[in-house]
Ligand binder design. Structure first.
Ligand code: SF4
Length: 65
């Protein structure tokens, strides 16, 4: 699984970093950065939950391979 953050849609809320700091880094109001690409399998469930339930403007998108 690969994901990317669309910077224009990211409001820097930090939810992704709070829930899964292994995959996302975010500080201040800057856009989130993907740290692990591809996302290791052990983090996929958490990342999907962030995408489905937590990222307010759908800034995190799954990259189709
Ligand atoms: S949850 Fe979404 S809007 Fe919030 S920091 Fe992460 S990518 Fe940006």
């Amino acid at each position: 699984m690969r994901v990317k953050v669309n910077e224009a849609d990211c409001i820097g809320c930090g939810s992704c970093h709070t829930i899964c700091p292994e995959v996302f880094f975010q500080e201040g109001l800057k856009p989130s950065v993907v740290l692990l690409d591809p996302v290791p399998p052990e983090f996929e469930q958490r990342v999907r939950r962030i995408i489905d339930e937590m990222c307010p403007f759908g800034a995190i998108v799954i990259v189709e391979e």
